[in-house]
Design a protein around this ligand. Structure first.
Ligand SMILES: [Zn+2]
Length: 428
């Protein structure tokens, strides 16, 4: 068995004046909350479906400045090419200075963090030294990306930043003390980080490719670019259906709702009434279940800290307080066909639990843990009608047509759980 290279992606979300935190958000990256001038529960996005950005002056590893600019263009275009999405990118020019270890902190504090002068920056850290100057390990962090400023009234991002660590492509051999990537692997890093920059969080699909090597080819093909960790078995920057669904839901094209289908509902505890937050819902094609799959975290539009005094985070900008969104999942962009729906826990063990910087969903991102499955099934399917004596692998097949928005009989009732009530329930 070959050795598995694992690199942590890293991303940064800093919102001066409202809240400062280093975290990822599930899918999408940030959802409006009670501090915005709107009801909350809306994913943030770039205005006019377009990200405008400036690029750094220097080189990146063994790539010239022009080559690095081409990599940036190419990576944004991977997202722009999704035909069910309407997303654009536009390079406005160069930054005023070549950002390196000597000026990154000043630049970060004074320019990036100055929300009065929005300027989204793509920084080329030629040898990893700027990353090191910011206190990160340049031998394991490929780079980071995130949103720096938001306009809560409009639910828009206004300023973001991505930094790519060129030390991984400086031409030196891959050793434990100097990890290196192929250019193809590094391209995947760009696409992943820019996914964050345009507003996408992480997705979990085919977790076995991280935890149970080996990982069959069709499983590897289903691992999204927005998986929290770059796996050696899936280095290509090829978007999966999950990635395409994510960007299409954030920036829908005019044809998304007419050419594809949508499945949405709630994950519920055994009483069938109490919604369950923080579980991974995966819709899989019956014909090719391992490589044609799309995920959504239950409760992804809801705040992670409501009703839990211990977990309350003052000023947390994420998510609505609308109880109807507790446990809610929503998966769009499905090609017409037959699907199953399953629910599983989000990874929370080993060296790389999906929390904080590697988080999937708002619970992991902000509270730093993930729930175990509460009932008698580690993996369970949507089965309708549901009965308490159902087996974990009993499933229903949903036939989805173009333009269909299926939201009836789509709740997944977890088997064998206690009933749960939280601050939003009256408990009767
Ligand atoms: Zn990431």
């Amino acid at each position: 068995m070959s050795e598995t290279k694992i690199f942590r992606y890293f991303m940064l979300l800093i919102i001066p004046a409202l809240f400062a935190i280093t975290a990822t958000a599930g899918n999408p990256l940030l959802v409006s909350g009670p501090y915005g001038l709107n009801p909350g529960g809306q994913p943030y996005r770039w205005a006019d479906n377009t990200i405008f950005y400036y690029t750094d002056l220097g080189g990146l590893g063994n790539q010239t400045n022009a080559e690095a600019n081409a990599l940036v263009e190419e990576a944004f275009q991977v997202w722009a090419d999704v035909d069910t999405a309407d997303f654009h990118h536009d390079r406005l020019g160069e930054l005023d200075a070549d950002i390196n270890a000597s000026n990154i902190l000043d630049y970060y504090n004074n320019t990036i963090g100055n929300c009065n002068q929005p300027e989204t920056a793509i920084i080329y850290d030629r040898d990893g030294s700027a990353l090191e100057a910011m206190g990160y390990d340049y031998n394991s962090v490929l780079g980071f990306a995130g949103v720096v400023c938001i306009n809560p009234a409009e639910v828009h991002y206004t300023n973001g930043m991505a930094l790519l660590n060129g030390r991984f492509i400086d031409g030196q051999p891959n050793t434990p003390s100097h990890q290196s990537l192929t250019l193809d692997e590094f391209r995947s890093t760009f696409v992943h980080e820019f996914g964050h920059l345009i507003g996408l969080g992480h997705s979990q699909i085919n977790l076995n490719c991280l935890t149970d090597m080996p990982c069959p080819a069709e499983d590897s093909d289903g691992v999204p670019v927005m998986f929290p960790i770059l796996l050696e078995t899936s280095p290509e920057a090829i978007l999966t259906l999950d990635d395409r669904s994510s960007i299409s839901m954030l920036y829908p094209s005019a044809t998304l709702s007419t050419t594809t289908g949508r499945i949405r509902g709630h994950v519920m505890f055994s009483d069938g009434r109490t919604p369950a937050q923080g579980y991974n819902v995966v819709v899989r094609s019956v014909g090719s279940p391992r490589d044609t799959a799309v995920s959504s975290v239950s409760g992804f539009l809801f705040t992670p800290d409501a009703g839990n005094a211990l977990a309350f985070i003052p000023g947390l900008p994420y998510g609505s307080y609308d109880p109807a969104l507790i446990g809610y999942y929503d998966i769009a962009g499905l090609p017409p066909g037959e699907y199953t729906v399953e629910v599983e826990p989000i990874h929370n063990s080993g060296l790389y639990p999906f929390i904080y910087d590697s988080g999937v969903g708002p619970i992991g991102d902000y509270l730093g843990f993930q729930y175990k499955m509460p009932g008698r099934c580690d993996l369970q399917f949507l089965h309708n009608p549901s009965a308490p004596e159902d087996g974990c692998s009993d499933y229903s097949i949903l036939n989805i047509s173009a333009g269909q928005d299926l939201n009836v009989n789509t709740d997944i009732i977890l088997l064998g759980t206690p009933s749960r009530y939280d601050a939003w329930e009256d408990g009767d």
